[in-house]
Design a protein around this ligand. Structure first.
Ligand SMILES: [Zn+2]
Length: 300
């Protein structure tokens, strides 16, 4: 606003002939008096310019938001889960492999006969290829989550390609096959990020529900957050895992959780494992089918 007032004052000094009250040019009889007070026109010009600057500001903020927003599509199409098959959930876990929580999670998923998707950090894959092999042998999908987990918004095209390629190589070394899925660290991407991913044969996968579990909150909090996103109205039940989600549930969702941490290997993800174990039976009871990523993408 201050900017628009200053602009209108500036325009007041430089603008053309003064106008009469009916908008016509003032005649010589109506001797114009030049003052610094902005006229209606000047104010309007100032307001218009101010509005344009505000719009530019909003666009810049929106552009920044879109570069990180999980469901934003400005910077290239990504799969977010929204248009997946009806009544489908895809559990996805980022920042592994991680000892021992990835292995605990594999036990839980095996017990529930659920297939999930793991987006792995390349430098951890190099440290623990044995865990990566266990993930693959259990039939889960594996995706690329970069080699060192930088925010790719700030990486050059060359760095981005290197990050993705090194992760592809690390996973291929571990399981004999390079992944076909990609999730950008922190969800950060630019158009070039997605172009590079596609040029390496990778499909970008974002999410539309998340457990907010990166700071390792209690399993109850993770479960509650997830269930709130999976239903628009969630009647509370006495059991915290038992929030009823039989009605008004989301059509389909990709759920973001973490079995590792991006700072270093060894992050405590026991609460995420517990939340997973607690939630799956309720999601099944609500009529959801839990699918790994390739199946989730079928028909999309
Ligand atoms: Zn991550």
């Amino acid at each position: 606003m201050l900017l628009s007032i200053l602009l209108s004052k500036y325009l007041g000094r430089i603008s053309g002939k003064p106008r009469g009250s009916n908008g016509e040019e003032a005649t010589s009889r109506e001797t114009p008096v030049r003052t610094l007070a902005p006229t209606q026109d000047h104010l309007q010009s100032g307001i218009v310019i101010g509005s344009i600057l505000t719009a530019v500001g909003i666009t810049a903020v929106a552009a920044g938001y879109q570069s990180m927003a999980p469901t934003g599509q400005w910077y290239g199409r990504t799969f977010t889960g929204k248009n997946g098959p009806a009544n489908s959930l895809a559990l996805t876990y980022d920042d592994g492999p991680n000892d021992p929580h990835t292995l605990r999670l594999l036990e839980v998923l095996a017990k529930e006969d659920v297939k999930a998707t793991f987006f792995l950090v390349g430098r951890y894959v190099k440290q623990r290829p044995d865990i990566v092999r266990e993930i693959a042998q259990a039939g889960h999908a594996i995706g690329n989550h970069s080699f060192s987990h930088p925010n790719l918004i700030f990486c050059s095209a060359r760095q981005t390609r290197l990050e993705l390629q090194q992760c592809q190589d690390a996973i291929a070394d571990a399981i004999g096959e390079a992944p076909k899925l990609f999730r950008p660290p922190f969800g950060g991407r630019r158009p070039s990020t997605l172009r590079i991913a596609r040029s390496l044969g990778l499909t970008p996968i974002m999410w539309n529900a998340m457990g907010w579990d990166w700071n390792a909150p209690p399993a109850t909090a993770i479960a509650r957050k997830l269930n709130k996103q999976l239903v628009s109205i969630a009647p509370m039940a006495e059991d915290y895992y038992g929030e009823k989600i039989r009605e008004r549930k989301m059509h389909s969702a990709v759920i973001l959780l973490h079995d590792g941490g991006h700072i270093e290997i060894g992050a405590d993800r026991s609460q995420t494992v517990m939340a997973t174990e607690g939630c799956i039976p309720y999601w099944k009871a609500a009529g959801y089918e839990l699918k790994a990523m390739p199946e989730m993408l079928t028909g999309v």
